[in-house]
Design a protein around this ligand. Sequence first.
Ligand SMILES: Cc1cc2nc3c(=O)[nH]c(=O)nc-3n(C[C@H](O)[C@H](O)[C@H](O)COP(=O)(O)OP(=O)(O)OC[C@H]3O[C@@H](n4cnc5c(N)ncnc54)[C@H](O)[C@@H]3O)c2cc1C
Length: 354
Amino acid sequence: MADFKVTQIDENVDFDSLPWWDVVIIGAGPAGLAASLTTAHRALTTLVIEAKDSAGGQPQFLYADKKIVDVPGFPDGVTGHELSERTFRQAVEAQVQFRFNEELKAIENTDQVVDGDSLKQVVTSNGSYLCRKVILACGLLHYPRRHSVLDALNSDAVHYRSPRVADYEGSTVIVVGGGDSALDAAVMALQRGARVEVIVRKVTSGKADTLNLIRELGGVIRTSTEITQATLKDGVISAVLSDGTTIDCEHAVVQIGFLSAKETFEGLGLKLNDEGAVAIDPYFETSRHGIFAVGDVHGDIKLIAVAWAEGIQAAIHAFHEITSPYWLNEKRLHDNKLTLIAERLSQAAVQKRE
Ligand SMILES: Cc1cc2nc3c(=O)[nH]c(=O)nc-3n(C[C@H](O)[C@H](O)[C@H](O)COP(=O)(O)OP(=O)(O)OC[C@H]3O[C@@H](n4cnc5c(N)ncnc54)[C@H](O)[C@@H]3O)c2cc1C
């Protein structure tokens, strides 16, 4: 099915007075941005709700400075920040509308019907929006686990993602955590001229290569220890470890995992799969009709290109459902019929051989 014609939304649409949106997308990460571009390029009014203050999702918030080298089309790599910025700009130019600092709370069914489609009410922390289709693209890993001792300092020098600090030269950085993200953060700081101490509560679980690189670059890795006390004076954090050592540092990067965003979608009455993620059918539709889920929120393969591809597919399915209600049901019946025919043919072939 060729489906690449781009139809722009009319420039004069007054988005503030729309009675309903065609599509509301939750999350402005790779999946949500790709989905939004796709629906807007099919002239559907599209609103993206994003909990954070800007777009991009994980590439922007977790690894803005990392060179991403596995995204097709960027042979020299592209940073998380640049990729996010480019995709966001493309969405804005396609007239996608954004609401930042706004978090999804609920999706309610309504009695209102438009062209055979029951409208849904998307309730957020700031308001509510009627729409025909919802695409959930809220990822899984949004909330970094906090470190209670460092948190109590209430300081900008405590970071929960690799900070976009232009120059660590000459400063000491404590990295808390022993997984891949923590070790990557340590390498990044070392390569920028920092002295780095990695504090690991038990043992490291990150890649052995990265561990070796940290040692080669002069980083110190302290295992079986944790920060039990910390004070802040004149921009310097003094961290006391459980083995009695005190380390003074200018930055503390905490990478001790993420709290699942599961609670966000558990309250939506959606069926979950065995892993506790949102269950979807082959068309990215959840157990609630008209609500799709794409990207990390359900996916096994957690990659930007996969999030893009899923966002685009769900957006096209939503488009077909809007322009031709029950399109998906017909497609399901048709695809089931094809599967049945294929099964019958293979059974007949087996019988013939016997
Ligand atoms: C350290 C690290 C390095 C990585 N490196 C690579 C790489 O090199 N190449 C690659 O292809 N992939 C990489 N990935 C994976 C990739 O970043 C993810 O697969 C991708 O970001 C998933 O996109 P998404 O849109 O599904 O989710 P996300 O990027 O998580 O975006 C979801 C968005 O939804 C928002 N949101 C969440 N809940 C709500 C709510 N209730 N209301 C409103 N908004 C909400 C979030 O704030 C977020 O902006 C990496 C991941 C990590 C953690």
